[in-house]
Design a protein around this ligand. Structure first.
Ligand code: COA
Length: 383
């Protein structure tokens, strides 16, 4: 019995639902025994090499990769939905400038729900319309919020650019080298979906009450923010910057382990022998470092990874290589988890549709550990 399993008189409690299978899903398969991951049966490595993020979004929602004609129609629709309403734009402009971008995108998605007159419909067709709106508009919200916080003029989305190109354009006013865009696109593919992780499960729980897709995605964003989940990619870069010198990396890690620090970007609830997404993200991160002529962050990362595996046999997760990759692309550190949101809206909404179509309220039990039943004293008696 693992230390996370508590025996009680009647049931075994699996703390953190570790190892508990709560439902079926056809969206993705995480295989810790082979360190692999498939979306609708396709290995993420193949999808990363051969597809764009738009094709992967289509796959997650429809179960099949699009034909050329289907992709053209989807891409056109996605591009036509990118603009947000003037009302939402003015709300984003009013957000506190020091607010974390995860809080601003969470609020902006919630606002998007208030604008949808069809918010309550749960059938597949209506949910698909909502999923596409969220997918197309979230990058616009994030880029607009970024520009407002920096006091820069907002840049409207362009219809002649891909999802990833357009995001760079809306943030920085230009599209970088195609290899940099590809690295970003791959990070979107790798972040798109990952089974019943905490934020996806959160979205499914909300959906199971027959609440709406915007609410479920808003809750997913709140769940992803935490450093034990999506927020780790930001913490990884803070750690690399704190170390700052490859010569100091080994001593830093040994000291962190000796003082029992949790090292962000390492460990995983499901993968115990390595995360399927790490080798791909590392390859693209290396290409990026070569283009930028900046090897320092990857050198520090390599040393940290080596020491962690040697001393604790704990492997890096995908947040470990994606943190420095986003840094090299020029994104501010507090943007990294919102970038994860941009990708994961696809997986969340695929799961929300799956849950809505075969729904049963998710309502587990708890083993009560409070006081035994007792008599209520009146306020006068309690004096
Ligand atoms: N740094 C140091 N030790 C770690 C660790 C890390 N990142 N991740 C796990 N461990 C250690 C734990 O301290 C524990 O050691 P112990 O048995 O001596 O107490 C053991 O490994 C098991 O870890 P546990 O916390 O029970 O695993 P979990 O399945 O509950 O947690 C994570 C998984 C992801 C929450 C955990 O690995 C973590 O906090 N990682 C850092 C955050 C992160 O990168 N999150 C992104 C996940 S994709």
């Amino acid at each position: 019995m693992s230390s996370n399993t508590t025996p009680t008189n009647t049931v075994e409690i699996k703390k953190g639902l570790e190892g508990v299978v709560v439902d079926t899903s056809a969206v993705s398969k995480v295989m810790p025994e082979t360190n692999s991951l498939t979306y609708r049966g396709y290995p993420v490595q193949d999808l990363s090499e051969k597809c764009t993020f738009e094709e992967v979004a289509y796959l997650l929602w429809h179960g099949e990769l699009p034909s050329k004609k289907e992709l053209e129609a989807f891409v056109q629709e996605e591009r036509s939905l990118r603009t947000i309403s003037p009302e939402l734009a003015s709300v984003i402009k009013l957000f506190p400038k020091k607010a974390h971008p995860m809080d601003t995108v969470r609020t902006a998605v919630s606002y998007l729900g208030m604008e949808d007159s069809d918010i309550w419909s749960q059938d597949r067709k209506s949910n698909m319309v909502k999923a596409k709106k969220i997918f197309s508009k979230v990058p616009t919200m994030i880029a607009m919020d970024y520009r407002c916080r920096k006091g820069l003029p907002v840049i409207e989305p362009r219809k002649d650019l891909s999802f990833s190109e357009n995001f760079f354009y809306m943030c920085f006013g230009e599209v970088p080298h195609k290899d940099i865009v590809k690295c970003f696109d791959v990070s979107m593919i790798l972040y798109a979906e990952h089974g019943f992780n905490a934020s996806t499960f959160t979205s499914r729980v909300v959906t199971s009450t027959m609440s709406d897709m915007y609410g479920a995605v808003t809750a997913g964003i709140a769940s992803l923010k935490g450093p034990l989940h999506g927020g780790a990619n930001e913490q990884v870069m803070h750690m690399l910057k704190e170390i700052n010198d490859p010569a100091k990396a080994e001593a830093w890690m040994l000291d962190a382990l000796a003082t029992k620090k949790k090292i962000m970007g390492f460990g995983h609830r499901v993968y115990k022998r390595g995360d399927s997404r790490v080798p791909i993200m590392k390859d693209y991160g290396q290409k990026l470092a070569n283009i930028k002529g900046e090897q320092k962050w990857l050198k520090i990362s390599d040393i940290l990874e080596k020491v962690m595996i040697e001393k604790k046999n704990i492997h890096p997760n995908v947040d470990f290589p994606s943190g420095p990759a986003y840094y090299l692309m020029g994104f501010e550190i507090d943007m990294y988890t919102p970038l994860f949101v941009m990708a994961r809206t696809t997986g969340w909404t695929a799961h929300i549709m799956e849950q809505a179509e075969n729904n049963r309220l998710i309502r587990p039990l708890t083993q009560y550990t409070g006081p035994a039943e007792r008599v209520v004293k009146t306020l006068a008696e309690r004096a």
